[in-house]
Design a protein. Sequence first.
Length: 249
Amino acid sequence: MELASGPAALALMALGALVIGYSKTALGGLAVVAVAIFATVMPAKESTAAILTILIVGDVIACWHYRRDPDWSLIRRLLPAVVPGLLLGTLFLGAIDDEALRRSIGAVLLVLLLLQLGVRWRSGDAPSTVHRHPAAAWAAGSGMGFTTMTANAAGAVMTLYLSAAGIDKRRFVGTSAWFFLIVNLAKVPFSVGLGLLHADDVVRALVLSPAVLVGGLLGYATVRLISQRTFDVAVLLASAFAAGALLVG
């Protein structure tokens, strides 16, 4: 595998790593910006593995910050359903070419953005109990498995599910952090089996880990300082830009 090179590419990847750290300790939907950045500086398929190693660094940082906050009952409800989505996503990655994958990532992000907008539009309503139904957990878990394997973009699906659960902000972020640490570690053998994950990706993640840490600290501070609604609007705007860039790029 040939590493993306040049000061501009390195600067963009550092920015992507900063965004990943920020999203992991604040709101996962923002990670779609990093997905778009990495898919523009290197081949789309290779970018999924490159981002995976950096996501795991961000997961570890987020889990440390929110080590007392996860809702393990929600995590246990979702994890079994992730497996079919991971398998389907692996087959999809093995069958699709690079350009089609890039546009597929953009389409996935756009659909998830529209779903997030729908949730925000209904945010004045009382939280529903739909998340407790086994069918909802299996649909959300399978959707997260597929979108995380193909586009590293399952944060938006998790947002939908946890928004329906109506849990508080710290439990929201803590549950996402621990869930995705488990899922992203489970994705490693799939990425290796597809020939996408290499030692270079691990080295790159280590080099970029200071940027992930800085982003994580900024995100943790943001959760404490600004309102959820203000931050959500910024994330949705960033998601729209990322999806559009991939679709037309």
